[in-house]
Design a protein around this ligand. Sequence first.
Ligand SMILES: [Zn+2]
Length: 210
Amino acid sequence: MKIHDISMEISEKMPVYKGRNEKRPVFKTVNNLKSGLSYETSLDINMHTGTHMDAPLHMVEGGETLESIELEKVITKCRVIDLTDVSEKISKNNLESNEIQKGDFILLKTKNSTENILESDFIYLDKSGAEYLRDKKIKGVGIDSLGIERDQPAHDTHITLFEAGIVILEGLRLDGIDEGEYFLFAAPIKIKGVEASLVRAVLIEDLQDL
Ligand SMILES: [Zn+2]
């Protein structure tokens, strides 16, 4: 069995959505071993930082919150699809040759994992790609950008996926991960009533060797 960590490291210097400073996490040491009995840190962090999961409330008025999403959806078999030759955006025509099946959890590996474009011109999934995945009835999709869409004022990609009950993971790190099948573990932190949560995501290879 081999475990691949596909999570981003959380730090003050990490890439954040569109490079916006207000999105950077703030660490504070609230106690240390010189002044107190223990070392403790508090972290002020936007839930859409680094590797995270979005829930429907993120874009849909009155939408479901994080805790209503079953763990079976994010602890599951998955498929990594290599789209590193795609520029700008992933559309239906980039996905059609991949024999995507009903119930699949698809991870989209793009140039976002291999080039320094995360904060600006990141590769995203466009509306036609989201509709294609919806029509294929997949259960989840993950991408290696900090947002699964950009420059879509009506948020078509998010809304198309949410309305179909498709789980969205963002901020994956897929450099060094080959196209193929894996077991995905991407459980979010159990926070009540929110629209997203940080996730420690890993891919497990050869799970049957346990
Ligand atoms: Zn998000």
